[in-house]
Ligand binder design. Structure first.
Ligand code: HEM
Length: 210
């Protein structure tokens, strides 16, 4: 996993991201994994509580389409977790929070995800999304967060091949322990993450998948 970001332009939306990932063929995960982040134009000087995210995750095949996630705090525990999985032609998401290494609870705070675009094929699924109230979290009084102005975040990633149970009902999914890699990495943000076009890009986030 790189720490210094790559600059990645999503071909479908033109959105420019700082991105970090593991190439296809890497030993940590089968199929590769990429996470990208774009922050508001002043995010490197003033802490932002939202970002535009990009996730590209791996599926084993069209049956074991799997799920993936990021920990917005780094570790699995005491962090806002975002879980994503494909089902038919839709990528679903669920915000979760875990206090131990078992099935995370539904997150009870006010994080909000709206989709900009998504893609699904036999080997990968991807999602470009706006994530509001995602960088400061509060689960029943347990708080945490990230400082975008620090220009550095500790994040976590995870991938799994078995598909979630109850896939069309995000609050009711069941998961097996992830089996296709996991890790924590230090994500440096550079000036390409804070583009003046952020507001225009964020306005494209109009799709809510409940
Ligand atoms: C690590 C279990 C769901 C993110 C771990 C570890 C266990 C575990 C046992 C530590 C493994 C090790 O160190 O060798 C589970 C179980 C889950 C689940 C049983 C559900 C049934 C999730 C979800 C996410 C997630 C939904 C995020 C969306 C992570 C991350 C790590 C991790 C980032 C590595 C960092 C760390 O060790 O804290 N998980 N997990 N997990 N998990 Fe999960």
């Amino acid at each position: 996993q790189n720490n210094v970001p790559n600059t990645f332009t999503d071909p479908d939306t033109g959105i420019i991201f700082n991105s970090w990932g593991i190439a296809k063929g890497g030993s940590q995960t089968q199929g590769g994994f990429t996470f990208g982040m774009a922050i508001p134009p002043d995010g490197l000087t003033t802490d932002a509580n939202e970002f535009i995210g990009y996730l590209q995750c791996s599926s084993k095949d069209l049956v074991n389409t799997g799920w993936c996630g990021v920990s917005l705090g780094g570790p699995m525990t005491n962090s806002l977790l975002l879980t994503a999985w494909p089902n038919k032609d839709t990528v679903y998401t669920s915000f979760r929070y875990a206090t131990g290494y078992s099935m995370p609870d539904v997150y009870s705070g006010d994080a909000k995800l709206t989709q900009i675009s998504s893609k699904i094929n036999a080997t990968h699924f991807s999602l470009t999304f706006r994530c509001q109230n995602c960088l400061q979290w509060n689960q029943g009084g347990q708080t945490g967060g990230q400082s975008t102005s620090a220009g550095f975040m500790v994040l976590g990633w995870v991938q799994a091949f078995p598909s979630p149970g109850n896939p069309t009902c995000p609050a009711q999914i069941t998961l097996e322990q992830h089996d296709n890699g996991m890790g924590i990495w230090g994500a440096v943000l550079d000036s390409n993450a804070a583009n003046p076009a952020y507001t225009t890009w964020a306005a494209q986030a109009t799709k809510t998948v409940a």
